[in-house]
Write a protein that binds this ligand. Structure first.
Ligand code: NAP
Length: 294
């Protein structure tokens, strides 16, 4: 692709940004789909967020991704925020509008698209959510939105699990479901899962336990926990196969890693910026390019 006077720019703002895989994803998409677009990382130092967002708009950037530590703070500099991103409390994609940027969260649609591809349903499911940080909050909002029946939140720090359950239970009735007298989300201590025996669950691992370089670790080691798991998603993408995934498979469940979620969040950002629909074959091609895909 030749860049010229019509080339549009997108990028990533964060601190740090040096290890990002987004340029690989976005520039591959632009080239494959013949979009005259270039994507670059922008390191934004502490205190520079407002100037970065305003400057990007003034420079006619088409859109931005946002990463740590700015996913929540960026919202105050936006013209509009998509309701789902507002419920999550974090934005990872800015799309240029007539008056400023509009913020979206494409992480969760990314996970949901990967689940659809795997034939894994959320509606009506009982879910074990491991973790109560930023990623867990986004997953829990998606589970609320897509009609999960019950969410058990297990976290090292019980107080954070309780706060997340309260947030989810405060969102009101789930779209498209009959209001229930029973709260959707319940916080549990890490060791309380034996009380859930006798059923099969969808498990989503959102903690950073098991991430490179501490790849031999899992939040829960007990095989009795994994007997409960029908499908297990780990949001970690490095390594491609985590200890959690190994334990799910050893107990007979289906296990999936976080790299397709990462690729799909990028694809959904690209679709928002360009209006193009990315074909599934291109998504598969990009997944195979990911350095941790093996
Ligand atoms: P975060 O807000 O810092 O939350 C970290 C979570 O991990 C908390 O629940 C924390 O428990 C738990 N945790 C951390 N160290 C632990 C330990 N030693 N023992 C037990 N629990 C521990 O981080 P985040 O933004 O949610 O990200 C979490 C993970 O999701 C990261 O690995 C990240 O790479 C991944 N992620 C992947 C994607 C993707 O596209 N695939 C997108 C977003 C995030 P406490 O509350 O007890 O501290």
């Amino acid at each position: 692709m030749e860049w010229n006077g019509q080339t549009r720019t997108c990028g990533l703002i964060g601190n740090p940004v040096e290890h990002t895989l987004s340029p690989l994803i976005q520039n591959h998409l632009a080239q494959s789909l013949g979009q005259n677009l270039v994507y670059v990382p922008f390191h934004v130092p502490e205190g520079g967020l407002r100037a970065a967002v305003e400057g990007a708009y003034a420079l006619n950037l088409l859109g931005l991704n946002v990463t740590v530590p700015y996913k929540s703070r960026v919202m105050e500099y936006l013209d509009q925020v998509d309701p789902a991103a507002r419920r999550i409390g974090a934005v990872n994609t800015l799309v240029r509008t007539g008056d400023g940027f509009k913020g979206y969260n494409t992480d969760m649609p990314g996970l949901y698209r990967a689940m659809g591809e795997d034939g894994v349903k959320v509606t009506g499911r009982k879910v074990l959510l491991l973790g109560a940080g930023g990623a867990a909050r986004a997953v829990a909002v998606m589970l609320w939105e897509k009609g999960a029946e019950r969410i058990y939140i297990l976290n090292r720090t019980p107080q954070r699990a309780r706060e997340l359950a309260e947030h989810i239970n405060g969102l009101g009735p789930q779209p498209g479901r009959e209001p229930s007298s029973r709260p959707l989300a319940e916080a549990m201590a890490l060791e309380d899962y034996p009380a859930l025996a006798g059923e099969k669950y969808l498990a989503i691992q959102t903690t950073s336990v098991g991430m490179y370089p501490r790849t031999g670790e899992a939040l829960i080691e007990d095989s009795a926990f994994y007997e409960l798991v029908q499908e297990g998603y780990d949001l970690i993408f490095n390594p491609a196969k985590t200890r959690f995934m190994e334990l799910v498979e050893a107990a007979g469940g289906r296990a999936f890693g976080g790299s397709r979620m990462l690729v799909y969040q990028g694809i959904i950002s690209f679709e928002l910026w360009t209006g193009e629909q990315v074909p599934p074959r291109l998504a598969r091609e990009i997944c195979a390019l990911m350095p941790f895909s093996k």
